[in-house]
Ligand binder design. Sequence first.
Ligand SMILES: Cc1cc2nc3c(=O)[nH]c(=O)nc-3n(C[C@H](O)[C@H](O)[C@H](O)COP(=O)(O)OP(=O)(O)OC[C@H]3O[C@@H](n4cnc5c(N)ncnc54)[C@H](O)[C@@H]3O)c2cc1C
Length: 392
Amino acid sequence: METDTDVLVIGASPAGISAAIASAMRDIDVTLIERKKGIGDPPHPANTFFDGMFDRTGEIVRSEYVTRNIEGMRIVSPAGNKITIDTPGYVIDRRKFDRHYVKELIKNNVDIKTGVSANSIIKKKNIIRTSTDDRTFTSSVVIIADGIRSNMSAVSGLSPTKHPTDIAWAVEAEVEADGIGEPDHFEYYVGSIAPGWKATYSPCGGDRAYLGVFVRRHGEDVSRFFDRWLAKFKMEKELSDLRIVNKHIGGDPIATIPNEIVADGIMVTGGAAGQSGIAYAMRAGEICGTVAAKAVEASKTSRKMLSEYQRLWGKEFKSEHLLGRSALETLRKMDDKDIDRLFEIFAGVDVQRLVGSGSPVTKAIRVMRFMLQERPRSALSCLAPIIKAGYL
Ligand SMILES: Cc1cc2nc3c(=O)[nH]c(=O)nc-3n(C[C@H](O)[C@H](O)[C@H](O)COP(=O)(O)OP(=O)(O)OC[C@H]3O[C@@H](n4cnc5c(N)ncnc54)[C@H](O)[C@@H]3O)c2cc1C
């Protein structure tokens, strides 16, 4: 039966855009609908990544959207002890980044419709009907990439994340102060300053930086943690004239873990599916879009056929995501003194050398092995959920 398009993508998130491009590259008709009037307008606050993450996408980092090159990160304990990891990172102009990918969508003949919001998804035989305020789209496959709250997954009867209550709620502000943007490493502060994850300082060059908190299991309003972080930051950096330029709030699904991400004719990707971060979401979207296109080519869009996406994603990312969740959960359960003790293990250690090269899981295992020798109890509490899930 005729449909309006082969693949309909809902949401121009990094995952949605990558999925649309990946499908369209296989000569499949793709339509992308986005609720906002313009893609990336207003821009999403996510605007940093590291080489090690972006390499996973197979994309090249473009100077046209990079505003600052960073040399690495410092992880700072409650007592102020630091672990430095040198690894190239970037601050990007998110508007320009999204604009670059809009050009790619156009180049690949994706039909882009902005200012269009999906309301419901209904499956009849092999056709998916997605209704918006103005019209209904018919397609063989729908890819849901509508971000963390994912109403479209809910209306499709899917629970796309295993731990939906574990979203890290965030407040991030662009700030200005003399020389605040000059340091060449991002700083991530852990402990009660931002329970469950991190308080961030991302220098953007000159007098500009971003300060943020990402907090888990303390409700969606985490502004009190941000206020505390701002006060601590101003005091420690001796900055009395710091000005807030703008502030964003939002959620990051860092520890939520993908769950049901396929059904007959329906796939979920990106933040909606617990695939957090710009680069990880882009790669997940690419896998999703490629599998969708192959299913359309074979005229087989059943759950079984589309499950190839879940399988391929799992092979590439599942153990990494479980390891990440496990580390964040361990961190959330530790008090500031425990965290400081953990940092003491690494005093005088060349962490860069210890971590070495290889996949993130290989690197994590090296660190765990070192911790097992030095602090067996902390290391075991990190590893337990992964061993239980059968990934080690
Ligand atoms: C404050 C903050 C800072 C962050 N910083 C970083 C960072 O520096 N680096 C990093 O890698 N990650 C960062 N993250 C995490 C990152 O935002 C996400 O994991 C990543 O961008 C993936 O985006 P997403 O899939 O959640 O979708 P989103 O980027 O939220 O996109 C979803 C899109 O779908 C559209 N949409 C929603 N519903 C509908 C509908 N019904 N119909 C049509 N369109 C719809 C929305 O308008 C939106 O454009 C940050 C998160 C927050 C909250």
